[in-house]
Design a binder for this molecule. Sequence first.
Ligand SMILES: *[C@@H]1O[C@H](CO)[C@@H](O)[C@H](O)[C@H]1NC(C)=O
Ligand SMILES: *[C@@H]1O[C@H](CO)[C@@H](O)[C@H](O)[C@H]1NC(C)=O
Ligand SMILES: *[C@@H]1O[C@H](CO)[C@@H](O)[C@H](O)[C@H]1NC(C)=O
Ligand SMILES: *[C@@H]1O[C@H](CO)[C@@H](O)[C@H](O)[C@H]1NC(C)=O
Length: 521
Amino acid sequence: MRRGPGGEASLRRRRGPARLWVAVAALVAGTICLSSSSSVGLFGASYRVQDVDVNKLWRTADSNGWRASSAPRTYWPPPPTESESSGYLRVRCNGGLNQQRSAICNAVVAARIMNATLVLPELDTNSFWHDESGFVGIYDVSHFIKTLKYDVRIVMSIPEITANGKTKKLKAHQQIRPPRDAPVSWYATVALEKMKKYGAVYLTPFSHRLAEDIDDPELQRLRCRVNYHALRFKPHIMKTSSEIVNKLRSEGHFMSIHLRFELDMLAFAGCIDIFTPHEQKILLKYRKEHFADKLLVPRERRLIGKCPLTPEEVGVILRAMRFDNTTRIYLASGELFGGKRFMKPFKAMFPRLENHSTVGPGKLEENTQGLAGSAVDYMVCLLSDIFIPTYDGPSNFANNLMGHRMYYGFRTTITPNRKALAPIFIDRAQGRSTGFEQRIRQVMFNSHFGGPHKRIHPESFYTNSWPECFCQTNARNHADRCPPDNINDVLESQFQSEEEMEEARMTNQTDSTGQTEEMMI
Ligand SMILES: *[C@@H]1O[C@H](CO)[C@@H](O)[C@H](O)[C@H]1NC(C)=O
Ligand SMILES: *[C@@H]1O[C@H](CO)[C@@H](O)[C@H](O)[C@H]1NC(C)=O
Ligand SMILES: *[C@@H]1O[C@H](CO)[C@@H](O)[C@H](O)[C@H]1NC(C)=O
Ligand SMILES: *[C@@H]1O[C@H](CO)[C@@H](O)[C@H](O)[C@H]1NC(C)=O
């Protein structure tokens, strides 16, 4: 039996994504024999590096009896009805696909805090949200609204309000710039006051505008419901992704690597010494234009593990771990900097290399500003047997995936500890290579591989939602207990009675013209 969300499917009210992935999941289960016996102390205190069988990494990490669950565990009233709502919340999410993803989660939580009606979040890719490159171009909107119906009311746009026979557009442009990582109290006071005054507020820019540490597990679970259940890519993206996964899987298991060896990353990290003078010029120029002026000494950066791993280093690490040259690898990345020169040594070690252009079914939808390609990479990395991020700094792609893979059944993630690896690589470069591979193994196998583990600052909630979004059937701690099997029915009946109340209230009103129907897709 496969551990993880599979067993939870019957319990969850949000079953959509699980069902969509059944085909893929079945393939996974077919190729990997997952017994319930735990792996040779790999995660216990007793592990010895020489005992580690790398083949075990193709299985999921040890769950220790935990499984993903983000349904409410305490009384969770339905969202306010139209007449009870505090007003409309509009947000504009900036950043790339994955920064926007967490911003969308934050927007739903913010709307819940304020008892507001959420206007479908705008994505800052192009001019306006109804542009195909926005939310509706990437995500399945009806699924999003339906999945969150017990949490927050969501509308496509701010309706016109007819009052006393006059139509007026709500002042949607009461624009506020929220403080970075604003606390819940900011939404419940400052933002709410403005919303009540103007009927609507527009928060922009909106990324990292709600603190990640919220001392309310129900709100944290709501974040997981948005992130892991409500946000589903559009069918054509899911189809392309599953075609790629099926193709890769048809020859056995595969790993995905997020190779963050890209211009912006390298310029940010300031590790330019391995490049030609011409390349250094490009990096320095980019750095000057995009980042704060700061003197970075490449050698020092390298010493403290601040440089992204080179493709060759990634290859060397994998070989030291005893992955052989038959390993199938899917590379997720933008354009690699420095061209073929850097990929050549990696390719020599691991020739079975693919990316979404080489294995994908032709061209992806145009006019999504690269978002569709990034979304496909996201899905393939989510479903791969092993995922390896190569840079754990400001990379929302890798961070979100680590969190999502944990939620999706503790799928193995290998996270190189660059700081611990740095002296080993430096020694090797200076000719001291005795015990080199053994030293790398010591570092690499001293890891939880994506199993349940305590979140330690600055690890993000989006990278690790344990324990809030996980539960145990027989947990000693009551708060960790899985919600009852009929949680869906409970929420549905609360929702229904609220609707009936609202209806009764409406029919009681003599003037009932004040209501405008929102369009729900
Ligand atoms: C939202 O509604 C709930 C339930 O009616 C109430 O307890 C809570 O105080 C409200 N929150 C705000 C910020 O108005
Ligand atoms: C993998 O390595 C073996 C030797 O260890 C070699 O014989 C074989 O040709 C290599 N395969 C590929 C695809 O490079
Ligand atoms: C995919 O791999 C091919 C062949 O190695 C390369 O030419 C292409 O640039 C890669 N595409 C992406 C998006 O990385
Ligand atoms: C509707 O009006 C009736 C009679 O005036 C009253 O008894 C009932 O409580 C009202 N219902 C609601 C939901 O306000």
